[in-house]
Design a protein around this ligand. Sequence first.
Ligand SMILES: Nc1ncnc2c1ncn2[C@@H]1O[C@H](COP(=O)(O)OP(=O)(O)O)[C@@H](O)[C@H]1O
Ligand SMILES: [Mg+2]
Length: 208
Amino acid sequence: MIPDQPARYYTILGGESQAAAGQRLARPTGRSIILIEGDHSMPILDNQTLDFVSNSADQTERLGVRLGELVRPADLICLEGELGSGKTCLARGISRGWGSVRSATSPTFSLIQEYPRASDGQRLFHIDCYRLQGPADALAIGLEDVLDCHGVVMIEWPERILSILPPDRLWVTLRWVADSKRGLCFEANGQRTQELLAAFRRSAFGVR
Ligand SMILES: Nc1ncnc2c1ncn2[C@@H]1O[C@H](COP(=O)(O)OP(=O)(O)O)[C@@H](O)[C@H]1O
Ligand SMILES: [Mg+2]
């Protein structure tokens, strides 16, 4: 369950199990992190970062729905993580929340999938860079045009084409924790994505 009313703030002290209430801890990046107690979840956050452990594919998808409801044209969401970490699962939720009538599947074989929205014709793109060797390949498949066309863009394996990505992006790092648990860390890298992350935090976790 995503908590509606996170009750208390905790700091991570060497790991989730040793969290102590009311303190902050500086990360290596210099940013502090705060862990919010949740039902079965533990989001960690500051203005640029939100970290969360999802307990099921369903929960990851629902989290994606919350995010998808808030994205706007030209928003870029990067999904980094090993195979099976839940990138496509989260992307499916985002596309649902955004209003795609078609369910997002893995674009591994088509590289770029486009999801038009019935209500207003806006477009959302889902791109998989797994098979790309680098930015030159991305240019060859027309990825720059997609990034320029004012649609919402979700990219799996974005680290392969980092140099051509716009700087203001929401970077989601997914990690395998256990069979049905995945860690999801959201990092905003610019003004727009900080706004998006703040709205997402309010919507998904009830935190201001
Ligand atoms: N908490 C979770 N969040 C997301 N996926 C999960 C979770 N627990 C188990 N899974 C499973 O992990 C797999 C994730 O697959 P997928 O989203 O295609 O990963 P990726 O796109 O990163 O390769 C799915 O089979 C999903 O059911
Ligand atoms: Mg995938």
